[in-house]
Design a protein around this ligand. Structure first.
Ligand SMILES: Cc1ncc(COP(=O)(O)O)c(C=O)c1O
Length: 363
């Protein structure tokens, strides 16, 4: 076989799946387990979402609605936007990919920060778009000044996550406004607000990019976090109609699936579950802060459903990771340039306590 793999694909490292939870369970024989490694909603999902999926299953022999009209309508009403300004996809990861695929070509560059959500760098490279990542600030935040200074004639898309995963750091409304004022309007600024529902509960002043009046902002949101349906893959983008139309052309015809659309509508109509989730998160976050202070564990204040702890170096990180794993506490060691950090998601109260008990045993 002599098929040539293009250089930009050959250069990408393949995803290396770790062991599954059942495999790890068999290996370690844990009595209890705390799954705190993927920023998932460990309270579960809305019963309304489950019922909507069960009902939708009866029509599974038909293709889904390619424009997700009902869900779009529900979202438009909730977000006070027009349906034409919304696009849905298989997770916000897919919506990000649509933006890159629809807008970037030739020498166009994707500009962002180091220490962001790991998948974004790959989506740029897979689409053969040069990805430029600026160093973070000393406080693990996005260095907006450095990003702005790095803009050149090839810059097409800037990606900012607010709050950022895995650092948990946030940008204020004033910082974002100040940044946007210097950005030429031929550059699309993607503001990824995957954790928005949590962020707003942590800080009522947390900026909502949907309320910012810049036509070159594309906001990303997801049903994977506070809405608790990561497994069905559903996210959305909100932006200028012209951008949304271009992205729709790049979308898989029947993305997202009928079950995902139904799950999303059910979840959207369950404020009770959403409030419970948000409350559990804010309480869990403060519990971790107090316990980390008591144990002398360094951390960065977070605006999401996770907190980044800071250790001496990679070696210490792997020791902590292994020890927690032995106790059935699954956390996420991070990649360079923050390989001296571990991200811990907020779980149910008993999972958070289990994590602290395990840490306390060896600290
Ligand atoms: C900042 C950020 N954006 C996007 C995503 C992906 O979300 P989705 O499940 O909607 O693809 C994540 C998931 O962890 C995230 O942390």
């Amino acid at each position: 076989m002599n098929i040539q793999i293009p250089d930009h694909i050959a250069a990408i490292k393949s995803y290396q799946p770790g062991k599954t939870i059942p495999q790890l369970q068999e290996e370690h024989g844990w009595e209890k387990v705390a799954i705190l490694w993927n920023n998932e909603n460990t309270l579960g999902y809305s019963p309304k979402s489950k019922q909507a999926v069960i009902d939708a299953y009866d029509s599974i022999n038909y293709y889904p609605d390619p424009i997700s009209a009902d869900l779009k309508k529900g979202l438009a009403a909730r977000l006070n936007k027009s349906e034409k300004e919304i696009i849905l996809g298989n997770g916000s990861e897919s919506v990000l990919m649509l933006a890159i695929r629809a807008l970037c070509s030739g020498e166009d560059e994707f500009l962002t920060s180091e220490g962001g959500f790991v998948i974004i760098y790959n989506w740029a490279r897979i689409n053969n778009v040069r990805c430029v990542a600026m160093p973070m600030t000393d406080a693990y935040g996005f260095d907006l000044h450095a990003i702005k200074n790095r803009i050149n004639r090839n810059t097409k898309v800037i990606y900012l996550a607010n709050c950022n995963n895995p650092t948990g750091t946030s940008l204020t409304k004033a910082e974002l406004d100040n940044f946007m004022q210097g950005i030429p309007d031929h550059i699309l600024v993607i503001i990824d607000e995957a954790y928005f529902e949590y962020s707003r509960a942590i800080d009522p002043e947390f900026p909502n990019s949907l309320e910012m009046d810049y036509p070159n902002i594309l906001t990303l949101r997801t049903f994977s976090k506070a809405y608790g349906i990561a497994g069905v893959r559903l996210g959305f983008g909100i932006g200028n109609e012209k951008i949304i139309q271009a992205m729709a052309k790049a979308k898989l015809t029947f993305e997202p699936t009928a079950l995902a659309q139904a799950a999303g509508l059910g979840a959207l109509n369950d404020d009770e579950f959403l409030s419970k989730t948000i409350e559990n998160n804010t309480t869990g976050l403060h519990y971790f802060y107090e316990e980390f202070n008591r144990l002398g564990v360094k951390y960065v204040k977070s605006y999401g459903n996770f907190v980044m702890t800071v250790w001496k170096d990679k070696e210490e990180v792997m020791q902590v990771f292994d020890k927690l794993m032995k106790h059935g506490v699954l956390v996420r060691p991070l990649m360079p340039p923050i390989e001296h950090c571990i991200r811990i998601s907020i779980g149910r109260p008993e999972e958070n306590e289990h994590c602290i008990e395990a840490l306390e045993q060896f600290l």
